[in-house]
Design a binder for this molecule. Structure first.
Ligand code: FES
Length: 107
């Protein structure tokens, strides 16, 4: 296994407080978030509760809030912070200059 970093956009292309669906390698179902504070995070697209796309979720601090039933996920580790038994897969985000990369483990 090795970690591969895929370019997903440039700093400034994603407004603070939003999430954007991006393709990471062959996986089109990922989200890149920029928090209001300007921190970048990445997760899989679908809410693990009932598959709502999280690029439409609301960002609050380091959390994304699913708009459908309001489960909250900590973008730093994927933990659901207001219900038990749910977890969201996170991915590493790396910034080099203006370029944003998301890292994924591959064979
Ligand atoms: S689908 Fe996300 S909280 Fe229910």
């Amino acid at each position: 296994m090795k970690k591969v970093y895929y370019p997903v956009g440039k700093v400034g292309e994603i407004p603070p407080g939003t999430g954007k669906q991006v393709c990471v390698g062959s996986d089109p179902d990922c989200v890149l978030y920029c928090t209001e504070e300007g921190r970048f995070y990445a997760t899989t697209l679908l809410c693990p509760h009932q598959n709502e796309p999280l690029d439409r979720g609301r960002l609050e601090g380091n959390e994304v809030v699913c708009r459908r039933h309001h489960l909250r996920f900590d973008l730093r580790n994927g933990d659901c912070t207001n219900a038990g038994g749910y977890w969201l897969r996170t991915m590493e985000v790396k910034i080099e200059g203006e370029e944003i990369f998301i890292g994924q483990w591959e064979d």
